[in-house]
Each structure stands twice: as structure tokens, then as C-alpha cells.
Design a protein around this ligand. Sequence first.
Ligand code: PSU
Ligand code: MN
Length: 304
Amino acid sequence: MDFRYSDEVRRAKDSGQPLVALETSVVAQGLPYPDNLAAARACEEAIRRAGAVPAPIALVDGEVWIGLEDAALRRLAEGKEKLLKVGSRDLAVAVATRASGGTTVSATCELAAAAGIRVFSTGGIGGVHRGASEHWDISQDIAALSRYPVAVVCAGAKSVLDLPKTMELLETAGVPVIGVGTNELPSFYSRESGLSLEHRADDAETAARIAHARFEMLGQGGVLYTVPPPVEAALPRNDVELHIASALADADRQGVRGKAVTPFLLGEMARRTGGKSLKTNLALLENNARFAGALAVAYARIAK
Ligand code: PSU
Ligand code: MN
């Protein structure tokens, strides 16, 4: 496919260095400026420190960029122009209309796989929204996870979602969910969710073996690794629940629907927690990037 690679990513590909893809909807829609820019840079640094090369993916004037040069990252972060939230279904339109935007988990999985990148780090995945039996709001992320051979590192899914239904759908989609050093699904802002996981990996090496078996031996789709947010930055589950319940009620009252729901709730959480949720978000993004870096390094060693 006709992608535009940054110099750093091109060199890494040519010399067979481990790569980690990053989504950019978190930059364009998920976090306010300048925290979004700081978060993107911190993730890139964490990946480099782990010995891998970061590959943020985005749409810039209709071109798919694998690896973003500084000016392009700035454009996404500053948001002075119209920026799309680009999921898998939006890719063709974004390309054809020469649009710019941040890629969500679904589009990032798809593009990373097409670029031959096996590891991808994000904050939280989309899933089954609360009330889905009424409005059918279920993220494309699940379908993409099922389909593309990419190891996705996240902090679970936010409890703005219906987590038990999200876990059920992941099972239906055949996506293994691996707790990293835990037997419990983390819920993004909190280390707990009350839901236990069947599978765990305590280190990057074990995690990499699972991905390698799935992709190379079995020819299957993605794997989801869930890393609890760092202890010092995590929020108590009960507090998070209270804020989410009222933020969801507000979304409903204000008629916020569809793809606007996730960015709205993220903003509301930051406001309601006096910025604490933002700190948690930044800390977990960097923490996930660090593990993804180690995972990519271990994967490259096994795949040799
Ligand atoms: N969860 C977060 N922060 C985010 C997102 C999810 O904690 O920024 C973004 C991701 O890019 C994810 C997308 O892929 O929202 C899911 O959106 P939707 O629910 O509209 O599919
Ligand atoms: Mn949705």
C-alpha cells in the first residue's frame, strides 16, 4: 500500500528493528492541547528507551503516515484545522477527500498490519457502550482486533463502556485478552473492574510468545494485552463510577451520540475530577508504551 513513512520508521523497517504503532485519535480528539502533544512525545520516548521505534499513524492531507514528523504531529495536536476521527470505515473517505485526522484503534490496527507492524500501544479500546441493547453503539475496534494480526497494548476499557458485554463480544470475536501481571481486567482509570481474566502474562517474553503463536503459527487475528494503570496514578473505582454515571446522563440530555460519545466523556471526566483523570490518562499511556516497547523487542527476538 502507498503509505508515507517517516525517516525514522523507514530506517527501522529496512534494518529490521522492532516497531510499535501508536494511535493518534488520542491526540486529535482524546486529550486537550498541549497535554496531547506531551503525551505523544512521552509515548515515543518510552518506546525508544525500551529499544524499539515508535510509529504514530495518522491521516495527513489524505495521506497515510506511518511515523509522524514533528510538524505533522503538531498539526494534529494543535487542532487549528478540521481533524477527523478516523476509524476503519472512515479511511477511504479521508483518503479520497484529502482530509487529516487521528486514527482510532480500529484504523490503527488495520494500517499497522498493512505496514507489517505487529505491536501497537494505546490507552483504552472502544467496545460495547452502556445501553447498547437500545442504541447498538459498539465500537469498530472489536472487529478490527479480531481481524488484524496486531498485539494491542491497553489499560483495558473505560467503565464508560459496558465492560461485561465488551468482554463477551471479544470472546465471540475470538480475541484473547491477556492480563499483564494481573488476573483482573483493568478499567482504564482504575486497576480493577471486578471482572476476572482467564489468561495472564507476567513479562514481555511470555506475552510475545502468545502473539507469535497466534500470528505466525496459527495465522489468526489480534491479541489484547491489558496493563493496569500505575498504582500512584490510578483512581478509585467508586469515584470513577459516580462521575461516569453523571457524565453519561449529561451526554444523553445534550443528545451526544455515535462517535462523539467517547471524546465527550473523556472531557467530562477531566472536568469532573479536576484534571485528575487527565493525569491518569497520561501516566497509563506512557506505561503502556513502555510495555509495548519491551513486547516488540521480545517479539523480534522470537520471530528471528
Ligand atoms: N478510549 C480512551 N481514549 C480514547 C479512545 C478510547 O480511553 O481516545 C479512542 C480510541 O482511539 C478508540 C476510539 O479506538 O476512541 C473508540 O471510539 P468509538 O467508541 O467511537 O469506536
Ligand atoms: Mn461508537
